[in-house]
Design a protein around this ligand. Sequence first.
Ligand code: ADP
Length: 440
Amino acid sequence: MLWRLWVFLLLHLAGGLVGWSSARSRGALAGVIAASVCWFIIDGFRGERVLRWLRGGAQAEPPRMNGMWGEAADRMRRALRTRQIQVEDSQTRLREFLAAIQASPNGVVLLDAQGRIEWCNETAADHFGFDMRRDMLQLVGNLVRDPVFTAYHSSNDYASEAVMIGPRSTSSRPVRLAVRLHPYGEGRKLLLSRDVTAVEQAETMRRDFVANVSHEIRTPLTVLAGFVETLQSLPLNEDDRMRYLGLMAQQSHRMQTLVNDLLTLSRLEGSPQPGTGDWTPLATLLTQCEQEGRSLSALLSPDLPHALLFSPSPPLELAGTPSELLSAMSNLLSNAIRYTPPGGLIEAGWRMLGDGRVEFSVKDSGPGIAPEHIPRLTERFYRVDRSRSRETGGTGLGLAIVKHVVQRHGGELHIESQLGSGSLFAIIFPAMRVRDIQAA
Ligand code: ADP
């Protein structure tokens, strides 16, 4: 500022001296006026350069000049640069923040004070069926029409979450969403959504499972308690007593089988996948399974046993847990024996498939299964023929065990059946679990 004052005074002094030298006092006055005009024009021009640079968005280099205008331009350039770095920094942070919300497995929707969608992540768009471009700034209440959500949204009580049906839910693929609103800022809301379909299904399955187990155990237990009471209260002859004890043994055996199957299932679920270090010849597995099958057939139909045909096993070994493999094979064979009427034909055996896999199949000439039941047979406690299952000591868990064993060994279970034409159950194991016996 002092420098500027000096220049101003010197310019006027110079103008005055030049004027004085040519026309004394009138010349000095004209010289001072001319100096003022010059000062005004030069200063205005320098200020105009700075203003033009600012009007252009200060994108280009600032005009190079000395003095007050030069310093002003330089300071503005530095202030703008600092601001630009701050803006870029906060934009990067915002992008990272939005990317983090985008990666969230939960749906996130930002609503303004009017309830309009300001932003949402892809999960929320998928949950609510939003179009990320078209639906921005639309009222959320107009887009999410589920009555549960509408009531929750307008209730102003967001202490707990609400569970609504997802807009893309169908009867074959139900979708349940847990939603929760969190007010923030001035009237704004954060809408969070979670897909709870699997959790709810697991909870339903758990409840069904507990109910089924209780029911399965309660039935024999009630019978058993009834017999105990009878034995305690009635004077029975030896024959009746023996008959009642026999029936009691049957019921306790039924409970024992159920508990054993439940333990097998929980072991299968809780233990690590079988490795490929334990090899068992297919023939060994088949021999044990055959022995169990023949005794069961003799027990169930002593007068007219089934025709049990076992084909010779290929000279191969299978990697896995032998007890599990045997349990899967025995379950299939015992089902065939239990559901096929006395004297019926049952064929079982191993064979190698063209692609190196091996298949154990059991084919029976029993009653067959209607197609609508087939996809559900491996569900726990699912039975087509309830009374036949119970009569023959079935727990409703056999095929669930088979499915688990096969899955744990990387294999597949195939079921082919037609009502009245018998059934074919086959379990197939991958080639990596099969080797020649000679190679052992
Ligand atoms: P269960 O202990 O009742 O036999 P499973 O899980 O082994 O239970 O089988 C489920 C149901 O599938 C059985 O209750 C039965 O109705 C049907 N099923 C299984 N195997 C056969 C078969 N070979 N022939 C006809 N029905 C069968």
